[in-house]
Ligand binder design. Structure first.
Ligand code: NAD
Ligand code: DAU
Length: 348
């Protein structure tokens, strides 16, 4: 039985990836390593906690001794690495936390994998899940491809770019088998309500202002989280060694248009007057270093692995909103305690 380590599997994307691997690969044993930071939540994966091929491990990837011990004990065959500090706004107020988890934490995993695999790399794979933000910003036109030069602008994207570079360096220097994918903005169930879509869903439910940064004309390319999880499965199993794949939705939206659409769907679902949620839109101070536009050219993964998005934006938003409306306890739990302090600091 193959032993696969998935890191960050209690977070937003990680929980969808862990569930997919546990359910689709009964011949794997899946270890889910997660520190359960503010973004990690065991409720996200409660439905699989008793699966016979699944083990949850609480631990911090920044702790090198712990990581080395874990790899020595279980001799993993593969690593799917998602654990990270993931929110750009938090990286602006606390950049060092991002260096610790995203750079040092990734280094610790690389070192442990290199050590236990050094005699035989056959059948082994280190998969680093990364972001399109490493490419910096686009102007009004163009798309990010796998050969676009790295040009990160935020502490978050600089930390992810750094970890991508270390993964490639371990491949070149030590022969570590790796694959990397860089994905655009995900949305869907279990998304922590600090990010645009879940934050605004929660605020609409509670009649709170919708804080749009700057003029709202920033553009993102949105992908439903289950489509990303399916791409990760494909890249892990069929992606080429030492290759990079860009993953995106071919689905660009200016923030303000997306927010208006969200308001209108929410009015319908909540039985409110059409246009009432739009009145909550409030333009606020811009994010420092705000990247104008991200857009992915996902031709390579389509051509080589046959992947393309399967969920339309309309379907995906409906599913997402329905999930939040029927998981009020989840929302209440994650927005209690520390969340209130974060919200006050960020938006007051
Ligand atoms: P998230 O913040 O929802 O989850 C991160 C998870 O990592 C949490 O469960 C947290 O507890 C865990 N974690 C954080 N620090 C840790 C540490 N030191 N040790 C162990 N676990 C730790 O993030 P997400 O949005 O699910 O993103 C997952 C990955 O995908 C990240 O690497 C991110 O950079 C990447 N990514 C995200 C998006 C997106 O739109 N969300 C897009 C492209 C790439
Ligand atoms: O592109 C992939 C990246 O997408 C991932 O690597 C990151 O982990 C993920 O957080 C996401 O980064 P963004 O910064 O694009 O996502 P966020 O949801 O924070 O913001 C989306 C857009 O909405 C961005 O232009 C900023 C804007 N925004 C965001 C918030 C939280 C607002 O206008 N108001 C807000 O309150």
């Amino acid at each position: 039985m193959k032993k696969i380590l998935i890191t960050g599997g209690a977070g937003f994307i990680g929980s969808h990836v862990v569930r997919r691997f546990v359910q689709n690969y009964p011949d794997y044993h899946i270890f889910n390593l997660d520190a359960l930071t503010y973004a990690g939540n065991l409720e996200n994966i409660a439905d699989i906690e008793n699966a016979p091929n699944y083990t949850f491990v609480k631990g911090d990837i920044v702790d090198a001794d712990f990581i080395n011990q874990l790899f020595n004990e279980h001799r993993f065959d593969g690593v799917v690495h998602l654990a990270a500090e993931s929110h750009v706004d938090r990286s602006i107020t606390d950049p060092l936390a991002f260096v610790k988890t995203n750079v040092i934490g990734t280094m610790n995993l690389l070192n442990a994998a290199k050590t236990i695999w050094k005699d035989n790399f056959d059948g082994k794979r280190f998969y680093h899940i990364s972001t399109d933000e490493v490419y910096g910003t686009l102007g009004e036109t163009g798309l990010f491809t796998e050969t676009t030069a790295y040009d990160p602008n935020s502490p978050y994207s600089a930390s992810k770019a750094s970890s991508d570079h270390f993964v490639r360096a371990y491949g070149e220097t030590y022969g570590l088998p790796y694959v990397i994918s860089n994905c655009s903005n995900n949305y869907g169930p279990n998304h922590f309500p600090e990010k645009l879509i879940p934050l605004f869903i929660n605020n609409i439910i509670n009649h709170k202002p919708l804080p749009v940064y700057g003029d709202g004309k920033y553009t993102r390319d949105w992908l439903f989280v289950e489509d990303h999880a399916r791409a990760i499965d494909l890249v892990f199993h069929q992606g080429g060694n030492h290759e990079t794949y860009n993953i995106g939705g071919f689905n660009e939206w200016q923030n303000i248009d997306l927010v208006k659409l969200l308001c209108d769907i929410m009015d319908r679902k909540l039985g409110r007057d059409t246009g009432s949620s739009r009145e909550l839109i409030t333009y606020v101070k811009d994010r420092p270093g705000h990247d104008l536009r991200y857009a992915i050219d996902a031709t390579k993964i389509n051509r080589e692995l046959g992947w393309k998005p399967s969920v339309t934006f309309e379907e995906g938003l409906e599913k997402t909103i329905d999930w939040y409306l029927s998981n009020g306890d989840w929302l209440a739990n994650v927005t209690s305690g520390e969340y209130a302090n974060y919200y006050k600091k960020q938006y007051s």
